[in-house]
Design a protein around this ligand. Structure first.
Ligand code: PLP
Length: 494
């Protein structure tokens, strides 16, 4: 299977999946997609449902990553999913009302859905280096506002031929997130705080990526810079798996019949997770509609309903920070599918020059036939957390709550009668203070007490990756100035 850039209209530069996983973004600035979408039958889906999660993943990934052997994929999947996710990596067990089903994607080592991709992607990258004859070590540089950094650290920890440095803003992440990163284990990891905000961290990392002199120095030491960014195909492909897996589980439980359609609701930021669901449908998963859920940063709600994407707007900081976004990079992949490479290139040029673009009527009508979109403000998010708990004794984090609200709004508006699979992207414990506040409770000063209070109220257990944090050694305490020299100094010294 060959891969092409979303901006390569003549399909001039085919790549293998190992090449695209190593490279990340295409040379023309576009994103990589497979030349065609493999099809799966209803029988395939049914059979998948009888297998452990790692085998489901290997089977589905083998349809896309054709330059990896099945055994290689199975080995990566087993290392990724067999021990770090509890009994089953992506359970779809809990029910909210008659129609909503919750697909929990946060049973991994950092309690957020990024683990689903970041536990396997580093292993795929490590193999990609071998397959492409790369002898240097992949040096992953990450600027993080919290969640991605920790998930990347856990994913790359002790993976062959890789090492990782994470920069985070000293005063820009929560105490819990700081603690999670400062206690990170592994022999190839380093974490550095910078005296500045997230933008300073991100700008600093971008400058290092653009510094030819730095690249040469790293090359001499036998490494090359690489990113763990969510536009990498190696992060997207593993996300297709859990939608097919969830559908198969619902069939096996007798909740739906094989072939019956479902709706899928996804709390969306960079559009990666929902686009993976879209690919699952293209492969043959019986899906009626995708419901794109946004918080107060509702640029996607506007785009999917009006056809105009306009980033010239206020940016809001919310209690669902992983969805606080003005540019949804993976939307480019959807545009490519619907409008083709030439138009996609034009939209992206307008976006970078004017900060806005508008798609044609016919493009919009295809988008609307596949996607519904809703947004939810902070007050409604908090209300949804408390109502869902009161009514169903189910406790959701703020990201998931945004999706639950969107799913309820959709059912209210369209009443399709289909079951609605709601992607739940973070453990409520990861955002315990905001969840307690939404339930109208006092928030204790002490971090551990916040977790214990939530545990008492909800009669659920604190997930072990968070519960065990408090006994761990603090390994990383360094904080540096935000200028290029000091960041680069850290990168070269590690
Ligand atoms: C990253 C993230 C999202 C957004 O996912 P996208 O693939 O970027 O749309 C939603 N919720 C949580 C908790 C996340 O970490």
């Amino acid at each position: 299977m060959n891969y092409f850039s979303t901006r390569d209209s003549e399909r001039k530069t085919p790549k293998t999946s190992a090449e695209v996983i190593k490279q990340g973004i295409a040379d023309d600035g576009g994103l990589f997609l497979p030349e065609s979408i493999p099809e799966i039958s209803l029988d395939f889906i049914k059979e998948i449902g009888t297998l452990p999660y790692s085998e489901r993943a290997a089977k589905i990934l083998s349809l896309y990553l054709t330059d990896y052997t099945y055994d290689e994929l199975l080995d990566c999947a087993k290392k990724a999913y067999d021990s770090g996710f509890g009994d089953f990596a992506a359970p779809v067990s809990s029910l909210i009302g008659d129609d909503l089903r919750v697909l929990e994607l946060w049973h991994g080592p950092t309690c957020a859905f990024k683990d689903m991709a970041l536990q396997i992607m580093p292993r795929l990258l490590s193999l990609a280096l071998k397959k492409t004859g790369e002898e240097r070590c992949a040096y992953i540089l990450v600027a993080t506002s919290g969640d991605t950094g920790k998930a990347a650290l856990e994913g790359y920890k002790d993976v062959d031929s890789t090492k990782i440095m994470v920069f985070y803003p000293e005063d820009g992440v929560s105490d819990m997130q700081k603690m999670q990163m400062a206690t990170q284990e592994g022999n190839n990891v380093c974490v550095t705080a910078i005296k500045g905000n997230f933008d300073d961290a991100q700008t600093g990392v971008k400058k290092i990526f653009a510094d030819a002199d730095a690249k040469e120095k790293l090359d001499k030491c036998g490494s090359f810079l690489s990113s763990a960014n969510s536009i990498n195909w190696g992060r997207l492909a593993p996300q297709i798996v859990y939608y097919i897996s969830a559908y198969a589980d619902l069939v096996n439980e007798g909740d739906i019949t094989l072939g019956e359609k479902v709706d899928i609701t996804v709390p969306t930021g960079n559009f990666g997770n929902i686009f993976a669901a879209f690919l699952a449908k293209k492969m043959g998963l019986p899906v009626n509609k995708f419901i794109c859920a946004s918080n107060s940063n509702n640029i996607l709600t506007d785009f999917l309903t009006t056809g105009t994407y306009d980033r010239n707007r206020t940016f809001y900081t919310t209690m669902s920070p992983s969805m606080d976004i003005l540019i949804s990079s993976n939307l480019e992949r959807l545009l490519y599918f619907i409008a083709g490479a030439e138009k996609t290139t034009k939209y992206m040029k307008e976006l970078s020059e004017k900060g806005a673009y508008t798609v044609e009527e016919d493009v919009l009508s295809v988008i609307k036939s596949e996607f519904a979109a809703y947004c939810c403000n902070e007050e409604d998010c908090a209300k949804t957390i408390s109502k869902t708990f009161d009514k169903y004794s189910y406790i959701c984090d703020p990201h998931t709550a945004v999706a639950v609200k969107a799913a309820l709004d959709f059912v209210n508006d369209e009443n399709t009668g289909f079951k609605n699979i709601v992607a739940s992207t973070a453990s409520p414990y990861k955002f315990a203070a905001d969840v307690l506040k939404s339930l109208g409770k006092e928030i204790p000063e002490d971090m551990k007490q916040v977790l214990d209070t939530l545990s008492e109220i909800t009669k659920t257990e604190v997930p072990s990756p968070l519960a065990t944090l408090f006994g761990k050694n603090v390994r990383f305490t360094k904080s540096v100035e935000k200028n290029h020299e000091s960041l680069l100094g850290e990168v070269l010294a590690f």
